[in-house]
Ligand binder design. Sequence first.
Ligand SMILES: *Cc1c(COP(=O)(O)O)cnc(C)c1O
Length: 220
Amino acid sequence: MEMADNPLDEVRGKIAKMCKIARREADEITLIAVSKTHPAQRIMPLLEQGQRVFGENRVQEALDKWPSLREQFPDAELHLIGQLQSNKADDAVELFDCIHGLDRMSLLKALAKAMDKADKRVPCFIQVNIGKEEQKGGCAISDVPNMIVKAREAGIPIAGLMCLPPADIEPAPFFALLHKLARDNGLMGLSMGMSGDYETAVQLGATHVRVGTALFGERG
Ligand SMILES: *Cc1c(COP(=O)(O)O)cnc(C)c1O
């Protein structure tokens, strides 16, 4: 992927343009800068440019990098975007402002317990296996209503639905399906779209796009 001179401006510009086409307001979209694998000194320039929302996919890596960055930028917001093991729920609840990978009942229970213990409510996106792929995480489409009920009972705020569409095929139908699923279940948030397809996702209703490579370059 080719890097623009100022990747952050470039991505923001593309989101704004797509919003105009789709008749949406640019402030409906939260750009999550996915900084996984990149060291603090690569993250700093984005913070200095005013980017405040970041995504990491490993609890330990985030623990290593973010406490010191947050000392300098206390209003930075950190989202967990990857698979979460139940035994890391306590750390995740402590560190993150939003969790995008709630995908199974055992994790729901672990997160509820962690939130009770920390007396902190962290909004979660329910991750849906939108392409019905065997190897992929995410709860089955048919399990979404039950996950929402159980999350409410456990006091977990549900921010919306999240998906990773199947690789190498047109993502638009999967984004549209996730949008419909969210609407049918009365949820507003849609975490969908990465470097290769965030413009399509914005067109189809994304409220949160998770962009790594287009902002930081290829991961090593
Ligand atoms: C790594 C990752 C991203 C960012 O992917 P890019 O293609 O680098 O933009 C988004 N979402 C999830 C869940 C990821 O793991």
